[in-house]
Write a protein that binds this ligand. Sequence first.
Ligand code: IPD
Ligand code: CA
Ligand code: CA
Length: 257
Amino acid sequence: MVNISLGELEHAGLAAAHRAADLLKIGFYSEIDVKIKSHKHDIVTQFDKKSEELIVSVIKDFFPHHGFVGEELGIMGSTTKNIYWIIDPIDGTWNFARQIPSFAISIAACFDGMTHLGICLDPISGELFIARRGGGATMNGKALHVSQTGQLEDAGISFGTSVGVNAIHEIALIRRSGSSVLDLCYVAKGALEGFINHNLHVWDFAAAKLIVEEAGGVVTTFDGKPVSLDTGHRHTLIASNRILHEELIRWISTANP
Ligand code: IPD
Ligand code: CA
Ligand code: CA
């Protein structure tokens, strides 16, 4: 099915990510129009849609027959028979709308039910994370490796679920940027040891999950099972530096709400 190389996919994905970053860098300091989606913390700005339209149009110039799953535009074309792309045009929209510079563009190229290329770009810091399946992960061209910390009390964890919310503070340091994409990339670069979140859409992790795995980390559901790219439901996710993974799964399974 796939006679396109990961290098060609990366070339297209990077072109799209950089165009979207240029748009968002201007948008970040301009008048931002905020609309509520499902509830008051679930918001969208004019730049979410513009960014996704731009990403899709750039990738379509390279690959007119590919399908897309995006947060703002939904499903376009086939997501089963060919390569398709999973896009979060701004992860961390709440931050973006408040001019808090922690948000990211996430672009994943997928086939056979898996991500094969993941690109996450923080437009403000310029940190660019890329992973190819089987080819390692980089940040701004430098190889990424997860942290070697083996003690939970020395760990920094991004924590975003109500399960165990009171108890987690007693066992680890909690750090949360407001962008799941960035927090997963921080696990990949060894800045955090873990990430625990629920209610996630597939575009929140499709690219960053591969970046964690290619940096030597592990990503599973709360039950320790593989995480699918199923768009039909919300996902639970535990990502870690591998060493702490079993401990985090055990901890979340015994933690009280
Ligand atoms: C949100 C962020 C946030 C996570 C939410 C996501 P959005 O994405 O990743 O960290 O906790 O579940 O919906 O809406 O800013 O793209
Ligand atoms: Ca988003
Ligand atoms: Ca998101």
